[in-house]
Design a protein around this ligand. Structure first.
Ligand code: ADP
Ligand code: MN
Length: 266
């Protein structure tokens, strides 16, 4: 049986640029004991075997690569672990939150902050389940505990995560056509998300879509809301605007936002 361990020094997984190395190191250092305990529990329960370096360090969450070596000696499978920032906030980070992010005005460090962040992990897990079960490409939801979410890894065998749509490089002699098909594909996904999953992503943009081999994968759904949420249609309009703006910049002859809105909601 493979030894189980949390390896926090190995950042081979990462495709993050050199200049982010210091940030990553910091992020790894500030993994607190609560988070370590949860990761160890997930190892003991067989969800993952090893936790590797950070794939991404963000304002609200870090995403780590992980590997599961199955009992039956099948090929190892890669996982991704999203750790929402709560107690893992270091002093430096905390300061940045307070000065930089209007959403956290007066909210950081309050007693219910931890519960709120745990609710995000739960929400993302539930939303992923709905999206995944309805066949929309997204990470496979595996488990969550407190502020830690385990999901399938979207990336190649070497451990490189698929690029965000923002960073995707389309190649070939029909790049214009490819952008157009991706646009049409995304409108279809948004419609199924709304009609079938009864969800509005609410933070949809080229940053929360991964691209690989002509396929689009929806990620980062902790803030997604039910289509009957009081602000669902407001969020949907925002998503439509972001998507439209982005594809227009890629030269796609996009539909008007209200046409898209009608297509998605009708
Ligand atoms: P946030 O934007 O809140 O930091 P995201 O869920 O968008 O969190 O994840 C941040 C980044 O981590 C993504 O842009 C992507 O590069 C990477 N990532 C997230 N989930 C996965 C996954 N399941 N597989 C591979 N990479 C992932
Ligand atoms: Mn994101």
């Amino acid at each position: 049986k493979h030894a189980s361990k949390i390896r926090l020094d190995n950042v081979k997984q990462s495709q993050v640029r050199e200049k982010d190395k210091a940030d990553r190191a910091t992020a790894e250092l500030v993994l607190d004991n609560r988070t370590r305990m949860i990761l160890l529990q997930m190892i003991n329960r067989g969800f993952v075997s090893e936790v590797h370096g950070a794939i991404s360090t963000g304002k609200e969450a870090n995403v780590y690569g992980a590997v599961l070596y199955p009992e039956n000696a099948d090929e190892p499978t890669q996982k991704a672990i999203k750790v929402y920032k709560t107690a893992i906030l270091g002093f430096k980070d905390r300061e940045r939150y307070i000065t930089g992010d209007h959403r956290f005005k007066g909210g950081v460090g309050k007693g219910n902050n931890r519960k709120m962040i745990e609710a995000w992990a739960q929400k993302e897990f539930r939303n992923l389940n709905r999206i995944y079960d309805n066949g929309i490409p997204c990470p496979e939801p595996i488990t969550y505990k407190k502020h830690v979410l385990v999901m399938g890894f979207l990336g190649d065998k070497r451990g490189y995560a698929y690029p965000r749509l923002r960073d995707a490089r389309l190649v070939g002699d029909n790049v214009e056509e490819q952008w157009h098909s991706l646009y049409v594909k995304l409108l279809g996904i948004m419609r199924r998300l709304y009609q079938v999953c009864e969800l509005v992503h609410a933070d949809l943009s080229e940053y929360n879509i991964l691209y690989h081999d002509k396929e689009l994968y929806i990620i980062d759904v902790s803030q997604s809301v039910g289509h009957d949420h009081p602000r669902a249609l407001e969020f949907l309009r925002m998503d439509i605007k972001n998507v439209g703006d982005y594809f227009r910049r890629q030269g796609v002859d996009t539909l008007q936002d209200r046409t898209v809105f009608n297509f998605i909601t009708a």
